[in-house]
Design a protein around this ligand. Sequence first.
Ligand code: T3D
Length: 263
Amino acid sequence: MNLEHILYSVEDGVAILSLNRPNALNSFNEAMHLEVKEALKATASNPEVRALLLTAEGRGFCAGQDLSDRNVDPNANSPDLGLSIERFYNPLIKTLQNLPMPVICAVNGVAAGAGANIPLACDLVLAACSAKFIQAFCKIGLVPDSGGSWFLPRLVGMARAKQMALLGTPVTAEQAYDWGMIYRVVDDEALRNEALTLAKQLATQPTQGLALIKRALNSSVSNSFEEQMTLERDLQRLAGRTADYREGVKAFMEKRTPEFKGR
Ligand code: T3D
């Protein structure tokens, strides 16, 4: 991979993808979108990778769309932002949601616009004490995208979702934790290590089982009770066919630690 705007490596079963345009607060231009897409494709197709850590370089996590690419001549035709959402942001969010492994997000600083909503599509979000989540869209006449208008009311309730989306009020990491938006708040200096340790630990677990858990919980948000019970049956059937399930039961019976292979 020829990468200029992100860093990507694989370590102990964990793919580490770090946004790397710190001077523009890691905002997305088209080139960064394409590199992230390629890295996620490599992650999904590498059998050695059993967890993804998404984070960023510098003092911020991500400021959403790079607005310098949108600063057009007032007399020119308006850019088709729907196309940008369809080509880049929606596929990114769907890929993170559907990746068959845990996705850990380490929010290392300010997260604004699409950058505030990308973490909400991840499975476990750790945020640095100094991080802030800002639904900045309302400040420039746009609407929350990248799944924000779907995730936020479900995570924090309609009143807080509207507060964030209509007022653009920054939400601190502590508030985000109290409101159920994220998993943990971590000291700034400890964030990367804590997130990587968690990702590495998850990479030793029954990957297919975890992927099925993720599918079950994500689907529950829009499924009826009946649909969910049927899905649980179907997913359990798949889980029961994995080698890791057999190993888990065998190890339990033999009173030893299981050695999961992610198969
Ligand atoms: O267009 C489409 O494709 C549709 C999809 C849209 C998705 C979206 O995400 S729309 C929302 C876009 N994002 C924003 O509106 C956020 C804009 N940024 C901010 O409001 C603030 O920068 C922050 C609240 C995030 C952080 O504030 P602060 O005071 O900590 O930092 P700063 O000084 O504003 O920014 C630092 C630098 O990053 C600065 O550059 P400079 O002056 O040092 O050369 C600033 O211009 C740059 N920067 C920050 N955000 C963006 C950006 N450059 C380009 N695009 C940005 N979004």
